[in-house]
Write a protein that binds this ligand. Structure first.
Ligand SMILES: [Zn+2]
Length: 220
């Protein structure tokens, strides 16, 4: 398979890779999820970018910081620690970005025998991408929050962008903080429903996300 074959307009198309093992197919799906965050514009000229600096600019200071943190530190991982939230929630956000939270998808990949189903919509497998982006419940919840905070209405990094994309690319602190609050409370509610069999409606969960987000502003 060539790079040209793998390109499909502005997106990558890896569906040409077939006859994979279950493990390899899952890894392909995960790679697709990560690649879909990046849209390649063929009209745009390639440029060099320093991944540890603001807006891709090289500075001696960031090069020392990169050396101190290790050469392979990921930019978004470094950025997450700059958010204002309790440490346990920052660690949760780090786990989301690394796709390490215990969704049923991740558990079945580790060999657990579970029905791989999203507990919120009960329609699709529960992965990080599904839970926080594609799930119907998640979509309705984002809509509920934009009613409460209209500034988020036209913000692509809140409406459809992933937490990772928001951390990497959004210039608005509000969006980065809100994405973290969104993921954290949604996951908390998902676990509450799973382990305590109690359900809140979308309006109540939306209210809880806004309260969580507002409480972090007091830490600034
Ligand atoms: Zn779902």
């Amino acid at each position: 398979m060539t790079v040209q074959q793998a390109r499909n307009g502005n997106r990558w198309n890896l569906n040409l890779v077939q006859h994979l093992s279950v493990q390899a197919e899952q890894e392909k799906q995960q790679l697709m999820q990560e690649l879909n965050v990046y849209i390649v514009d063929q009209e745009e000229i390639d440029q060099l970018s320093w991944k540890w600096g603001l807006r891709g600019k090289f500075t001696v200071k960031t090069s020392y910081e990169a050396m101190a943190s290790g050469p392979y530190i990921e930019n978004c991982i470094a950025k997450i620690w700059k958010l204002t939230a309790p440490m346990r929630i920052l660690i949760f956000g780090w786990l989301v970005i690394k796709n390490r939270i215990l969704t049923t998808n991740n558990l079945t990949r580790k060999g657990w025998e579970l029905p791989n189903i999203c507990y919120l919509c009960r329609k699709e497998a529960e992965s990080v991408r599904h839970l926080f982006h594609a799930c119907n419940f998640s979509t309705l919840l984002r809509r509920e929050i934009t009613v409460k905070i209209p500034e988020l209405n036209n913000c692509q990094f809140f409406q459809s962008g992933s937490f990772k994309a928001a951390i990497l690319s959004s210039k608005l602190t509000m969006v980065r903080q809100m994405q973290l609050a969104f993921c954290f409370i949604l996951w908390k509610e998902r676990c509450r429903w799973l382990f305590q069999d109690k359900m809140k409606n979308i309006e109540a969960v939306g209210e809880e996300i806004c309260q969580e987000y507002t409480s972090w502003n007091l830490l600034m």
